[in-house]
Design a protein around this ligand. Structure first.
Ligand SMILES: [Fe+2]
Length: 258
């Protein structure tokens, strides 16, 4: 699996507290089936985003973590004026692996009415938008039609794997399911922040989607779509969303015939 969203690097945001926690988080990811992990520190009013410092920390983490897992630079991009101006000048400063996809976080307090127009500008500069965890945003939970509109316009949605396990409460869980039911989720990611409460693992979310929807959908959300992100290629949505398995229905029909 490929995890496109995590806060594993120490001392630059509210993620890992030390390099030893970073290494522990990488070990958790590797042990639970992640082969590539995007370190996406916050770029917001609280935390400044410095790609050069992030590359240094990544090099240190790679040296200590050893083989079996790729570590890639990304950014948890908060939609605010200074970020927008900087991204328009230099998109690869913020994109995953310096390619074209950017993780976009919206405020819990206010959704700018011109959000779509701002994204259009960023897209014209070569960026592709992945909106992070809409299920955890109380404003977006009231605006399903807005998410539908954005997806129809070619934006992608990333749900936090732990939301499907109920970690962020029933409202986040229920909204994540509504989005999945409507084929509005393109990625699962851990958004891992630490070792204990928010570990960088995708395996349980993968299994949940495989069981409740289909193994194919789990594969698309955790492997194939993220792989396209790392390559900087368009998502192949030709079979998306895959049809939900009808095994339960078939079993009921067969049983009725007995
Ligand atoms: Fe995040």
């Amino acid at each position: 699996m490929i995890d496109i969203h995590s806060h594993i690097l120490p001392g630059i945001d509210d993620g890992a507290l030390s390099m030893s926690e970073t290494i522990e988080m990488i070990e958790i990811a590797r042990a639970t089936g992640t082969t590539a992990l995007v370190a996406s520190p916050h770029a917001d009013t609280q935390y400044s985003y410095e790609p050069e410092r992030i590359e240094e920390l990544l090099a240190e983490a790679r040296a200590q973590a050893g083989p079996g897992i790729a570590l890639v630079r990304g950014c948890d991009f908060h939609l605010m004026l200074s970020n927008i101006e900087a991204a328009l000048k230099n998109p690869s400063r913020y994109t995953i692996g310096g390619k074209c996809y950017v993780l976009m976080e919206l405020s819990d307090m206010l959704i700018f009415p011109n959000t779509g127009a701002i994204w259009t500008e960023l897209e014209a500069a070569g960026m592709r938008i992945i909106l992070t965890h809409p299920e955890r945003n109380p404003l977006l939970r009231q605006r399903l039609e807005l998410i539908e509109e954005w997806v129809a316009q070619g934006r992608y949605m990333q749900v936090t794997a732990q939301s499907l396990l109920g970690v962020f409460g029933p409202k986040a869980y229920e909204f994540a399911v509504r989005l999945l039911d409507r084929g509005l989720v393109h990625f699962l990611a851990s958004d891992g922040h630490n070792v204990r409460h928010r570990p960088p693992r995708l395996d349980q979310g993968f299994e949940w989607v495989a069981r409740k929807y289909s193994p194919r959908l789990a594969q698309l959300l955790c492997v194939e779509h993220p792989r396209a992100v790392l390559a900087g290629e368009p998502l192949d949505l030709s079979e998306f969303p895959p049809t939900r398995e009808k095994r339960g229905l078939m079993e009921r029909i067969l049983r009725r015939g007995q």
